[in-house]
Design a binder for this molecule. Structure first.
Ligand code: OOB
Length: 579
């Protein structure tokens, strides 16, 4: 028997979720069609950097036109298409065109570089890759040319050109200034003129458009809609298969809890493809509600505050470091932020102290969100007592979200004890895409997802995130798998061994520290050389270690295994360890 790409929801659960009204038989293609029919002239997407305001009718027609052009190029239902677009209107026309066909967008982030993109294309056997031209000081056509030369399945590169965007725009979940040093900034190709002839025949996305045609085999609600990326704790990111029905339920549930309706204006400040600004309630929730989506070219107050005033933004979502920056900037801004009703903060732990600053500084309601691309999303409720809002990470969207908090042996713990969070429910996956071995570890036999988060439950049913069991660094909301970075450092000929751990950072919450043992007799290395080596292997800049320490040995546990716990404790101390 062949292994399915994505472990399905067992039939008895699917029936239950349908009977309960969570899954209503909707698809993304149908959702946009319905909204466009209901109010074709209402504005759906505002892309100020590109100078575009698309109505629902226009977005719907563009999705049809692009879908026709993609079909004509042989892109079919089930095909994978890596989409690496920044916060531009084309992100939406592209993904809705793919949704209509039933081809699966693979949501890469603008920060990803050759190593990640090549892996996504190879692993998913992608037939197409959609890039901006030059964006944020980086030329994605060069990246695409290199990847296309290495991945034989890749038949098309579509370039969604080419609105000049500010340098560093949306490269990262957090602000570019947080990169530790100039060296860690993305490789630039400033010298390349945009007009330079390129040997690789890319197609402009605009040229793909064609007169709409009937879709031969449109997706059904239980079909996969896209592949989202996991934060991950393993050598390579896992892909998260989400269905139309399950994801749309999470949008509908989020809209209700975040009071998003057709009068809302949602600002996409974080990179649009990330699960948080996409669906919590995010741009897709806003579109589901018939609301307006405004795209910020980057999340800084300088870029976002004028848009809040100009467009009357009512709701947005930020990671904790950015929320801090906004609360610091708001009191002295000349812009009128009074339209902002709700600020969602999530992706990493928002400290109570920082949470208490939101209301006084921004005058809006804080809503904490603890979510994951694999599914489960928790929100504090807008009418929760203030103390609950500032001290917890909320409770699940759905009455059918099952939560277990267990010890190391999977035994349930008493209420209030902290332990491993396991979850199962109507919008949580049953397994990663094409990863049966990993799935056996990441899911219990009865289908609970092991989140890797350490939480406790309060008497009111709210979750408080207390830590993490997974080997990951949460750098201001950006997730870094320690093993992935370790593998890259280990490829250096002078390196004998490497361990990457989180260390506290006042702004990011956590940053990465790499402890490195050099080979006996190897030439001495400088920390900067290790960083440079990792960067030049073509990794997203946020994965380059913030700090590199050379050590003679690693602390060990009683059984002789390396103790990351002790390494983390070393890092947490406010002094540098002796070399
Ligand atoms: C969101 O999604 P991912 O997939 O990038 O990361 C999920 C992980 C969680 O397992 C947890 O470790 C961490 O990010 N996390 C939080 C948190 N929100 C996420 N840790 C502490 N406090 C929070 N509020 O990050 C994501 C997806 C949808 C909505 C919001 C965030």
């Amino acid at each position: 028997m062949s292994i399915p790409d994505a472990p399905p929801y067992p039939e008895e659960f699917a029936e239950r979720y349908r009977a309960a009204g969570w899954w209503r038989g909707e698809t993304f293609g149908g959702m946009l069609r319905d909204r466009a029919a209901e109010h074709p002239d209402r504005i759906a997407i505002v892309d100020p950097a590109g100078g575009r305001r698309w109505t629902y009718g226009e977005l719907d027609l563009l999705a049809d036109r692009l879908a026709a052009g993609l079909l004509a190029r042989g892109i079919e239902k089930g095909d994978r298409v890596v989409v690496q677009l920044p916060n531009t209107a084309e992100f939406f026309s592209t993904i809705f065109a793919l949704f209509r066909i039933g081809a699966l967008p693979v949501f890469a982030l603008p920060a990803h570089r050759e190593t990640e993109i090549r892996y996504f294309c190879e692993f998913t056997q992608a037939v197409a890759y959609v890039v901006p031209g030059r964006h944020g000081g980086f030329d994605y056509r060069d990246l695409a040319a290199s990847v296309r030369a290495q991945v034989p399945t890749l038949r098309h590169v579509f370039v969604a050109d080419a609105v000049p965007a500010p340098a560093e725009a949306n490269a990262s979940l957090v602000l570019p200034e947080t990169l530790p040093d100039a060296e860690a900034r993305p490789v630039r190709f400033e010298a390349l003129a945009d007009t330079e002839a390129r040997p690789v025949p890319f197609e402009a996305l605009a040229d793909v458009e064609a007169d709409p045609v009937p879709i031969p085999d449109p997706p059904t609600p239980s079909d996969l809609a896209f592949l989202q990326l996991s934060g991950g704790s393993t050598g390579v990111p896992k892909l998260i298969p989400r269905t139309h029905d399950d994801y749309i339920y999470s949008l509908r549930g989020s809209n209700e809890l975040c009071a998003v309706d057709e009068t809302s204006v949602y600002l996409v400040a974080l990179p649009a493809a990330h699960n948080f600004p996409l669906s919590s309630p995010g741009s897709l929730g806003a579109l589901y509600a018939g609301a307006r989506v405004v795209l910020a070219p980057q999340p800084s107050p300088d870029a976002a505050f004028p848009l809040i005033e100009a467009e009357g933004v009512t709701i947005t979502g930020l990671v904790p470091p950015l929320a801090l920056v906004w609360t610091e900037a708001a009191p002295s801004t000349p812009y009128d932020l009074s339209s902002l009703e709700v600020l969602l903060v999530g992706g990493a732990k928002f400290s109570e102290e920082a949470a208490r600053r939101v209301k006084p500084a921004l005058g809006c309601t804080l809503q904490q969100v603890f979510g994951m691309a694999e599914g489960l999303v928790n929100y504090t409720r807008l009418d929760d007592p203030y103390e609950t809002i500032v001290t917890t990470q909320g409770r699940p969207i759905s009455p059918d979200d099952e939560i277990r908090i267990v010890d190391d042996e999977d035994e349930d713990l008493p209420l209030g004890a902290s332990g491993h969070l396991l979850t199962r429910g109507p919008y949580t996956i049953r397994g990663y895409w094409r990863a049966p071995e990993h799935n056996a570890r990441s899911f219990t036999p009865d289908g609970f997802y092991r989140t890797g988060d350490i939480v406790r439950l309060t008497v009111t049913g709210h979750l408080v995130v207390e830590g993490r069991a997974k080997d990951q660094i949460n750098r201001g909301g950006e997730k870094i798998a320690a093993e992935e970075v370790e593998n890259h450092i280990l490829a250096h000929p002078s390196v004998h061994d490497a361990n990457v751990v989180a260390e506290p950072d006042p702004y990011l919450g956590e940053r990465t520290c790499a402890y490195v043992i050099l080979r006996a007799g190897a030439d001495p290395l400088k920390p900067a050389a290790v960083k440079k080596f990792v960067r030049e292997r073509g990794l997203a800049a946020y994965k380059v270690p913030d700090r590199v320490e050379f050590v003679a040995s690693f602390p060990q546990t009683g059984v002789g295994k390396i103790s990351k716990k002790d390494l983390r404790a070393t890092s947490a101390r406010p002094h540098r360890i002796p070399q």
